[in-house]
Ligand binder design. Structure first.
Ligand SMILES: *Cc1c(COP(=O)(O)O)cnc(C)c1O
Length: 406
């Protein structure tokens, strides 16, 4: 296991204009200058601490960016209006027509669709492969390859990428390793393991209140400034700018992230162990039956646990749907996409968030249509949650007293 993770989030302090304990929100799209010369220099990017226009940068977005850079241990970070806003900007910044991407085949459905359906319009091609097969990754590299892309813990199959090993391959070939760490904030620190760029959908665990959509790119000062360049920065020109009010609100929610992650992880581990004992087909990186368990142990920050996501395969879509409806009736959670909420959220990824992936490919990667993805909530009494979930499984005869039936 890695040594204790010291994130210095606690040390960041910003005061409001009147000494408030929260920083003031920059409620302006544009900023005045006393001298025309300073305005020109700011436009050219030559003045520290001056603001010009809020699509470029704003104090509230910079505060949030600094907190996220501290979280991931990168030099700096740019916040964006969504996770996809971060992903698309990074890819378009790194790749030109004719270029090639190597990507894990089990990634967020939107990212998969962007690479597979959208980038081809620009002449950028992607090889999707099993990211745990390091030989396959090495073999897929061509002279046109411009990046290796994966998720630390993949959506929805919870495959664990060996980030240190991938980073070695990337460095040997002078390629950037881009890691989407949305499923495992605090739990995994990709940049500390050698990733060059770390992306999050802040919409999920980091904000944690399911009240907004936002994203971030964490990386070197050089790369983040390039993204913001007024002449050719993909972040600046594609215009996925987070609103200052939201940035301020996400920063406040981030202060409880460490407490929430511990509780999500503890609850998910408890349920995963119980479901496994019951003979159910449960996938959770904290179980020794998980193929990536040892890699996870090796690269995680153990105090935050194995994360809040688990999957349960109940055999058929019909089983999955009736179970989810029943659990929702019993107030065990919501039948909803997304993750990282205080309440458990469940959905069948094959028919929802991964529906962009063709059925044959879903089957090949083990994404059966009876698969339910759970984002386990912050439940205070997880034993009670478990007994109520078990009763739902028994009532639907997905489970009987001898174990799984489906
Ligand atoms: C949700 C999600 C995204 C997309 O983020 P948005 O904020 O919805 O744009 C990207 N990657 C992963 C792993 C996600 O779960």
């Amino acid at each position: 296991m890695s040594t204790k993770h010291s994130n210095n989030l606690q040390d960041l302090q910003y005061f409001g204009e009147y000494g408030g304990v929260n920083p003031s929100i920059s409620d302006s799209s544009t900023y005045t200058f006393i001298s025309a010369k300073t305005m020109f220099d700011t436009f050219e990017g030559n003045t520290e601490g001056c603001y010009l226009y809020s699509r470029h940068s704003s104090p509230s977005n910079l505060y949030l960016g600094e907190a996220l850079a501290a979280l991931e241990g990168t030099e700096t970070a740019n916040v964006t209006a969504s996770g996809m806003g971060a992903i698309t900007a990074v890819i378009l910044q790194l790749c030109n027509t004719g270029d090639h991407i190597i990507s894990s085949r089990t990634i967020y459905g939107g990212t998969y669709a962007f690479m597979k359906n959208f980038l081809v319009k620009l002449g950028i091609t992607t090889t999707f492969l099993d990211i745990t097969d390091l030989k396959a990754v090495e073999n897929a590299i061509t002279p046109n390859t411009k990046m290796i892309y994966c998720e630390s813990v993949s959506n929805p199959l919870l495959e664990v990428a060996d980030i240190s090993a991938l980073s070695r391959i990337a460095k040997q070939n002078t390629l950037p390793l881009v890691v989407d760490n949305t499923f495992s904030p605090l739990t995994v620190s990709p940049a500390r393991l050698g990733a060059d760029i770390v992306i999050h959908s802040l919409t999920k665990f980091i904000n944690g209140t399911s009240d907004c959509v936002a994203g971030v790119v964490c990386g070197s000062t050089e790369f983040c400034l390039a993204l913001k360049d007024v002449n050719n920065g993909a972040g600046m020109l594609l215009g996925s700018t987070l609103d200052s009010m939201r940035a301020a609100s996400i920063l406040k929610n981030m202060r409880t992230l460490h407490i929430r992650m511990k509780q999500h992880s503890a609850n998910a581990l408890y349920l995963a162990k119980k479901f496994e004992q019951d003979g159910l087909r449960v996938v959770y990186p904290g179980l020794s039956s998980h193929p990536g368990h040892l890699i996870m142990e090796d690269q995680m920050n153990p105090e935050y646990g194995y994360g809040g996501l688990l999957t349960l395969d109940v055999g058929t879509l019909e089983n999955a749907n009736t179970l989810m409806e029943l659990m929702q009736e019993q107030k065990l959670g919501y039948l909803a996409v997304s993750l990282g909420f205080y309440k458990t959220l469940f959905s069948a990824p094959g028919s929802s968030t991964s529906s962009e992936i063709p059925i044959e490919e879903q089957e090949e990667m083990g994404l059966g249509n009876g698969l339910i993805r759970f984002s386990i909530g912050l439940d205070d009494d997880i034993e009670r949650t478990y007994s109520m979930m078990k009763k739902c499984l028994m009532d639907l005869k997905i489970l009987d007293s001898t174990g799984i039936k489906a």
